[in-house]
Design a protein around this ligand. Sequence first.
Ligand code: ATP
Length: 352
Amino acid sequence: MVSIRTEGVVKRFGEVVALDHVTLSIKHGEFFTLLGPSGCGKTTFLRTVAGFELVDSGRIFFDSQDVTMLPPYKRDTGMVFQNYALWPHMTVFDNIAYGLKVRKLPKREIEKRVKEVLKLVRLEGLESRKPHQLSGGQQQRVALARALVINPKVLLLDEPLSNLDAKLRLEMRAEIKKLQKSLGITTVYVTHDQEEAMSISDRIAVMNSGRIEQVGTPSQVYFRPRNYFVADFIGQGTFLEGQVKGEKEGYLEVEAEEGLLLLASPSDPTNPPKPGDKVIIAIRPESFKLSKDTNTIKLTVYDVHFLGKSKRVLAKLGEKTFLVEVDPTLEVQAGTAIEVSAPPEKTLAIRA
Ligand code: ATP
């Protein structure tokens, strides 16, 4: 188990800056996720940590060891690729044993280690099958077993669940998390699925165009997004534009088209907006109350989605659509007027 530190890592592909001065610290045994839209540089980051890509500048450390120039086989990382990359002509056993054979371990030792790891990923009895004789979930487990069998210092997972159906994805998510915690292996996980990132990670780095926008626990990036990109990318919400007027009762007073609103402390306390500054007001669907109180806004219901545990009401004020989550038993009809309020402590003022 190691900690991983990158310092100002830059990686270019021609004109494209895939990693733009990426500085991150990943702790011993941590489940750390890189989350961001397609093309933001997530895979490139994993590949530079594994050593499949060399950085243009910056440094990478495993604990205090500088691994920046080390080839992949000297870094001791296990990687699971998005498409699993199993060898189709090899059996499950041979796919998993490959890394040990390359390392020239004795036959007995290889058999023992493969057996152990098959048990770990619950694939016992399937060792003589070929990949095409396995389900997607089983292939995914073979890929995981192949990464783990070498006892890597670091486990790198590149969207490992994206080829699985929704139900299996949930099961495998729980399995990977449990396995990671029981092995205590430092893990870097890549996904563009914010719900997956939130449910599996100790901490998340939100990436955008090769840069890190924010690093934090799932609840920090959800409730305290540092900027509009993070607020918008993580979960849903209503975003309004406003201008800071001043302070009142410890809250920010913000003038918006929807009225004078009182907002909680700014999303980035190190750089709070001042009177006159433009801000974006972010309100999560579950933060609205269906009653008159501070920050009351009158809306017209446009559509209602039944989600099981709640109803999602889409309501409009002029051209603006509000997302409001309500109790699923509540009758809300499209076309009717509702009054919602947003408790100040559940709103955020983000610098525009
Ligand atoms: P996805 O979620 O779609 O896999 P990603 O966030 O993993 O995307 P990367 O694959 O790291 O993104 O790519 C980052 C940027 O670098 C993209 O613009 C991509 O087109 C570019 N890129 C990646 N690899 C190469 C390469 N070998 N040659 C040229 N450009 C590349």
